[in-house]
Write a protein that binds this ligand. Structure first.
Ligand code: NAD
Length: 500
């Protein structure tokens, strides 16, 4: 019988007996390995009931005790790393080492969030007026929800949960239905670390579950990561229902290659960031922008050679550079883009279609694909492909390259490779993109800085992790206090109070 992946609600695993279910694949083999329940509106409301009941006691637990739970959780995840990374790799299709990286980047935000006692401190002003002190405090919102994508099934739930829980909220996670097992294991480890039942809940589902979270008045804030059309929908629906929302969407990250760059370093960086995880990363580089035809010719030759050496195979095999895509529909979508690129007149330097991996013929594989002479009007330039496809879009000079990255609809990440500090400094100041790398291809900021794209890569005011996360998951209360001596009277005042 096919295994059913349970929800995790109120501190217990919950396997529904009936209702709707979805398939969870092993992308390396193309087979169904489990089924995931798709929660009904009523089931989601019961999860919120549990979270709401548990939250006040957690909020009343002092921040240092809450932080200690996170520190124990860190330790437990490290101890279970091999099991978690294997599970993640088997449902997602990314390699074992990449799966460990997914978990590790999540843990870095848990480490950061364990600084909650410091991060939640308010401000204090004494003698703001005669005998008057003013101070602020950060209080949790209540019950908050997160809706997360398939491509980082550990990292992104932990980016949301760490600060939310440390700040004293109860958390309801609706993970991707494509790879839902790791979030459930994380919930079990949170419980083992001492997190009270009902504070970290996992409810699986699709649009019905998401819409319930977006409209239930008890959910105070919604964090989302996924594709741009859904990010926009979640943002507008959640905010229309009076909730805070931060929603991060798709990307088309450019790498500007200046003529003075070391092209071997550039080629290595492009191969890793373009094809790692089969290109299924929001910070993948999908557009190389060499400046000048001489740079472009040399770069195209180096990339073509390296692309030919890439090894594609089952995610848990030791000698592969990247594994399968997450779903057959994803392979079909990317193949369709490759055809659109050919039809539009781009030069196909490497064609990954039709790749058969011996012994794993039904797996969702796609070989590395490389296009040259891509122009800004082509769909393979304008749209997010989210697969192992790198396009070279040549620029005549630096200003044209800068304008390409700045004018693109998406503004998640960008990189410049150069040995010229002046050009790099000008680029970081002027480019209209949220996260910038200088000789760094995937500039995901460290946990204590914030992560967030611009333009149609991000909706909402505050970024993920860093100081913004604690702002997002708390509300500020400001207290003005005075202790006049007993019996002293000022008389009634009918004018607006001013400080004197
Ligand atoms: P997706 O938008 O298909 O799904 C994301 C989540 O939304 C899932 O939990 C899914 O169940 C839910 N969902 C899907 N359709 C819905 C609908 N109609 N109504 C309500 N909920 C719905 O994204 P995905 O394919 O899981 O992830 C890949 C996308 O995520 C890419 O576009 C990638 O760039 C983006 N991403 C962005 C970032 C970032 O930080 N900007 C990080 C990782 C991934």
């Amino acid at each position: 019988m096919t295994r059913i992946i349970p929800h995790f609600v109120g501190g217990s695993l919950l396997t529904p007996k009936d209702g709707r279910f979805g398939d969870v694949f092993d992308p390396s083999e193309g087979t169904v390995q489990a089924r995931v329940p798709l929660a009904s509106e009523g089931e989601v409301r019961r999860v919120i009931d549990d979270a709401e009941a548990a939250q006040p006691a957690w909020a009343a637990t002092n921040p240092q005790k809450r932080a200690r739970v996170l520190l124990r959780f860190l330790d437990l995840v490290q101890k279970n790393m091999t099991e978690l990374a294997t599970l993640l790799s088997s449902e997602h299709g990314k390699t074992f080492d990449d799966a460990k990286g997914d978990i590790q980047r999540g843990l870095e935000v848990i480490e950061f969030a364990a600084g909650a006692p410091h991060l939640l401190k308010g401000e204090y002003s004494t003698e703001a007026g005669t005998g008057i002190d003013v101070y602020s405090m950060r209080q949790p919102l209540g019950v908050v929800a997160a809706i997360t994508p398939f491509n980082f099934p550990a990292m992104i739930p932990l980016w949301k949960a760490g600060p939310a829980i440390a700040a004293g909220n109860a958390f309801v996670l609706k993970p991707s239905e494509r790879d839902p097992s790791v979030p459930v294991r994380l919930a079990e480890l949170f419980l083992e670390a001492g997190l009270p039942a009902g504070i970290f809940n996992v409810v699986h589902g699709d649009k019905e579950a998401v819409d319930t979270l977006l409209t239930d008045p008890r959910i105070q804030a919604v964090g989302f990561v996924g594709s741009t059309p859904i990010a926009e929908y979640i943002y507008s629906t959640a905010t229309a229902h009076g909730k805070r929302a931060q929603c991060f969407g798709g990307a088309k990250n450019h790498m500007i290659v200046m003529p003075d760059a070391d092209l071997d370093q550039v080629a290595d960086a492009l191969i890793g960031s373009g094809y790692g995880s089969a290109g299924e990363r929001c910070m993948a580089i999908s557009v190389a922008v060499p400046v000048g035809d001489e740079t472009a010719e040399a770069l195209a030759a180096k990339l073509t050679e390296r692309v030919g050496q890439l090894r594609v195979g089952p995610s848990l095999a030791e000698d592969v550079d990247y594994g399968p895509l997450v779903a057959r529909s994803a392979v079909e979508r990317v193949e369709d883009y490759i055809q659109q690129g050919i039809d539009a007149g781009a030069t196909l330097l490497a064609d990954g279609r039709g790749l058969a991996v011996a012994g794993h013929e039904e797996g969702f594989y796609l070989g590395p694909t490389l296009f040259d002479h891509v122009t800004t009007d082509m769909s393979i330039y304008r749209e997010e492909i989210f697969g192992p496809v790198l396009v070279i879009a040549r620029a005549a000079d630096y200003e044209e390259a800068l304008a390409m990255a700045s004018d693109h609809e998406f503004g998640n990440g960008v990189a410049i490779f150069t040995r010229d500090g002046d050009a790099a400094r000008d680029f970081t100041a002027r480019v209209n993109v949220g996260m910038v790398g200088v000789n760094v291809p995937i500039p995901v900021p460290i946990a204590y800085f914030t992560f967030g794209g611009w333009k149609r890569s991000g909706f909402g005011d505050l970024n993920q992790h860093g100081a913004d996360a604690f702002r997002f998951y708390t509300k500020t209360k400001t207290v003005t206090s005075r202790w006049p001596a007993h019996g002293v009277r000022d008389g009634a005042s009918f004018v607006i109070p001013t400080m004197h």
